[in-house]
Design a protein around this ligand. Structure first.
Ligand SMILES: [Zn+2]
Length: 193
């Protein structure tokens, strides 16, 4: 895979951002032969564009804010590129590939979290979750990822898999997290000794 930076991005990119991009791309074998244009945005966390001309893939672009960029945002935008590539392939095929990532923002979040724990460094934007989960995201991230993987497994048999996922996530917010239970264990320690 190759990265091409826009002039605007060249001025702003840091070594850290480049390393984050390269590391993230390692988890996207679908993009390994692609040339990806990396642009800069200050309006959003990020954006992604897949351009076709006359049915041919013409350009893959993601735009990122350099300041405080997260693996989660990079992963989310790369997932959009994979979604866009699948859209292009549809021109020539009739049957839907069951492994294809469906389009949509919530779907993009689900498949990004499921892809690798690397992309858990920030909560997702579009999956509905209780506020406490966003505030204490590191306590919940792994469990939410497991639910995303389970939801992806369910989608062939359960059309409402996103609703299922969001219900499970709401339930999870009501159950004690691992950190809470370790606090409880610490409180018990004086009695043990
Ligand atoms: Zn998005």
């Amino acid at each position: 895979m190759a990265l091409r930076l826009t002039p605007q991005m060249k001025q702003r990119v840091t070594r850290r951002t480049l390393e984050m991009l390269q590391r993230s791309l390692g988890y996207f074998p679908e993009l390994k032969d692609a040339v990806i244009t990396i642009g800069y945005t200050r309006k959003h966390l990020g954006s992604a564009t897949v351009i076709y001309r006359k049915g041919e893939l013409y350009r893959l672009i993601i735009r990122l804010r350099v300041r405080k960029v997260t693996y989660h945002t990079i992963g989310h935008e790369l997932t959009h590129l994979v979604q866009g590539l699948a859209y292009g392939e549809r021109f020539g095929t009739r049957s839907a590939d069951p492994e294809r990532i469906p389009t949509g923002e919530t779907q993009c979040d689900i498949w990004t979290l499921a892809r690798d724990p690397l992309f858990l460094d920030d909560p997702p934007t579009y999956i509905k979750m209780p506020r406490i989960m966003r505030q204490r995201w590191p306590d919940y991230a792994e469990s939410v990822r497991e639910l995303c993987i389970a939801a992806i497994d369910k989608r062939h048999t359960q059309r409402q898999y996103i609703r299922w996922l969001e219900q499970e996530i709401a339930q999870l917010a009501k159950t004690p997290t691992r950190e809470k239970s370790s606090e409880a264990a610490q409180l018990l320690l004086p009695f043990v000794i």
